[in-house]
Design a protein around this ligand. Structure first.
Ligand code: SAJ
Length: 407
């Protein structure tokens, strides 16, 4: 069985490397962080995802998964490194491909003819072609040009919170720079993916992944815009959506305090960056979702009198995960602290506050928050908050951004 080298052991690289290892492949997982490498080699994990600890332990104990800070020779290289954006002063967001470029260049000493290089990171259109250009430039520099390398883009589509299930059961897209590359990638993923695998070219695969997340962003923006309209017209948005969704062809998503995470709040910008004049709806959706935290802050400030104690229920970017990255809830709590309010934060999935709140908010239990706060801001629909009743919040002001309390 061909061996693998997976670059980036985060939310995508680690489950992917581990599942291949448990299917009997020799996998070297590479990460720039020595502490991540050490954690994984000891069979533990540095991120939270249901059952991932069991999978990684099994992969390491089988002897098939090893982690290191440097790549080594393999038959197939998978790039699963971050692709954030850089925000410029004029409001534009430009994709930051520096991690992909660095990972690509780092494998140059180890690749050989016939190797397949797969880009899994969500990427702007044309990135797989850039990977080829960067790798060939690096090989030329090393004085070892190689013919017959294969390149493909095979984007991950797994949902945080149910990654392991979706890794196996989601349909996949394999987009090759050549048909042979797409076919070789399909054969690889077919070793664990039980769903259908569709072949296309790399550029279509790149835009397909961006399109999926932009589609969700636009739909969430519709729900968030409805919540703004309902606030203005004094209508219960949750009841409105529940009723409208009784139409057989209407399926409105849920409003919230904004859109977080490192995918949906980022990827649509790659489309806007590539086609700014055309991507008008996609850009507006981003702006609507990005503006929602400010609306919530204004609501809380209007509700909170002097000496208010505000309890923020939830800090994660969505329900039942510990991930605080790009979280609108954290952004809101930080703005409230900036406004001089006393902020209590309840986040059952973490044991410490993120940097932006350290020294400015207090991490407390739900019971403590309910006892001390005069204003309750429900920001995340964690299971831990289900069942909260209006009676429990008697005498307090409530801003329920997720429509949880008393439902
Ligand atoms: N959200 C709402 N209302 C909703 C649904 C979501 O406000 O009705 C918010 C969430 O609270 C969160 C954000 O949107 O802040 C994103 O959450 P999510 O669960 O929609 O998506 P992610 O970011 O966890 O994962 C997405 C998924 N993409 C799609 O569903 C199209 C996942 O399949 C991708 O693999 C992932 O992005 C990724 O890595 O790209």
């Amino acid at each position: 069985m061909p061996s693998l080298c997976v670059l980036g052991l985060g939310y995508i690289g680690l489950p992917t490397a581990s599942i291949f290892a448990t299917k009997g492949r020799r996998v070297l997982g590479v990460d720039v962080s020595a502490s991540v490498v050490e954690t994984i080699n000891s069979g533990r994990i540095h991120i939270q995802e249901p059952d991932l600890d069991v999978l990684v332990r099994a992969a390491v104990q089988s002897g098939n998964l090893k982690a290191a800070t440097n790549p080594a020779a393999a038959d197939i290289f998978i790039l699963a490194v971050p692709t954030p954006f850089i925000a410029s002063a004029d409001g534009a967001r430009v994709p930051d491909l520096s991690f992909v470029e660095a990972a690509t260049r780092s494998i140059a000493p180890f690749v050989a003819a016939g190797n397949l290089i797969i880009l899994e990171s969500t990427s702007p259109v044309g990135t797989t072609e850039k990977v080829k250009v960067w790798l060939e430039a690096e090989l030329t520099k090393l004085g070892r040009p190689i013919d017959g390398l294969l390149f493909a883009h095979c984007p991950e589509r797994i949902l945080p919170g149910q990654m392991l299930k979706e890794l196996v059961s989601n349909d996949r897209i394999c987009g090759g720079l050549t048909p042979a590359a797409a076919e070789k990638a399909r054969d690889l993923y077919a070793s664990f993916c039980t769903a259908q695998i569709f072949l296309t070219d790399a550029r279509t695969a790149e835009l397909a992944k961006l399109t999926e997340n932009a589609y969700r962003d636009v739909n969430i923006a519709f729900a968030n815009e409805l919540s703004l309209i309902c606030d203005k017209l004094a209508i219960d948005v949750w009841e409105l959506i529940r009723l409208a969704n009784r139409h057989p062809r209407v399926k409105i998503l849920q409003p919230g305090p904004g859109v977080g995470g490192h995918c949906i709040a980022v990827d649509p910008w790659f489309i806007v960056d590539a086609a700014p004049a055309e991507a008008r709806l996609i850009r507006t959706a981003r702006e609507v979702n990005d503006s929602k935290p400010h609306h919530v802050v204004a609501q809380v400030r209007a509700a909170a009198g002097q000496d208010a104690v505000v309890a923020c229920l939830g800090l994660a970017f969505k329900a039942n995960v510990d991930d605080l990255r790009e979280s609108p809830a954290v952004e809101i709590a930080a703005h409230l602290a900036d406004a001089g309010l006393k902020v209590l934060a309840v986040e059952p999935h973490v044991t410490a506050l993120p940097k932006s709140l350290q020294g400015r908010a207090e991490l407390v239990s739900l019971t403590d928050a309910l006892a001390r706060a005069t204003v309750i801001v429900l920001l995340v629909d964690h299971r831990a908050f289900a069942g909260l009743t209006l009676a429990q919040l008697k005498g307090k002001k409530l801003i329920d951004t997720r429509g949880v309390v008393g439902r």
